[in-house]
Design a protein around this ligand. Structure first.
Ligand SMILES: [Zn+2]
Length: 230
């Protein structure tokens, strides 16, 4: 079974943050939401719902809203946890959350939340879920904090069809920054380049056209339910 892992890397040492983090402004701020993500919280995970739903509001300016559903059959994302070790890799990062396109699971690593979801951990949940929801929405890449590799001079950033390089402060930076609480202009450009055929977003204008790509469980014996019925 091939899983596509979109890993969140949680920085232990934060990268430089500009004094003012730019925020993406929806040109039609009062427009109704365009997309919906239906979350089901696996009771076994013990992940608190509030910071997850709060994290989702980072994407409001892109027209996204989240709802919590009580029946996993109606979920497009399942909030779960795993029992892996909370360890830093050689770069000093610890993976604390991930999104699995194959099963639609957003998995938080329990061992990184030993403080039983105290205030500091709640902040980390928000930051990590903001990022993973971006992946779930179909952003299957990271926005580099720097446009050009500082040592080799290699261009790291993708280029939007409008010619802009997609780099700089973003929820979708590979190392999350808890100070970035709303989608930035770079997140908005990344959202434009999302994989529309592999996104959990339900288009509220075209509710019968939800695409599921490889999001459906590939192994029918998996315990996870299929996404919402049409
Ligand atoms: Zn990521």
């Amino acid at each position: 079974m091939k899983h596509v892992l979109a890993a969140l890397l949680m920085g232990v040492a934060f990268s430089c943050t500009p004094a003012v983090i730019p925020v993406y402004a929806n040109p039609k701020p009062n427009a109704p939401p365009r997309y919906e993500i239906a979350l089901w919280f696996d009771p076994a995970s013990h992940v608190p719902a509030r910071p997850v739903l709060e994290a989702c509001t980072a994407w409001t300016a892109l027209g996204i809203r989240c709802i919590a559903v009580s029946d996993p059959r109606y979920a497009s994302v399942i909030i779960a946890s795993d029992a892996g070790a909370c360890e830093e890799d050689e770069d000093g990062f610890a993976k604390i959350a991930s999104f699995w396109y194959s099963s639609g699971q957003l998995v938080l690593r329990s061992a990184c939340f030993r403080d039983e979801y105290g205030d500091e951990e709640i902040g980390r949940i928000r930051a990590s879920v903001r990022h993973e929801l971006g992946h779930a929405a179909g952003i299957r890449f990271h926005v580099p904090a720097r446009c050009i590799d500082s040592t080799g001079g290699k261009v790291l950033a993708r280029t939007h069809s409008n010619g802009q390089r997609i780099c700089g402060p973003a929820i979708m930076n590979p190392a999350t920054n808890e100070d970035i609480r709303q989608a930035t202009p770079m997140d908005a450009l990344a959202f434009d380049l999302r994989d529309r055929g592999c996104s959990v977003l339900r288009d509220l204008r075209q509710p019968n056209e939800m695409k599921v790509c490889n999001y459906l469980p590939e192994d029918p014996t998996e315990a996870f339910p299929a996404p919402r019925a049409k």
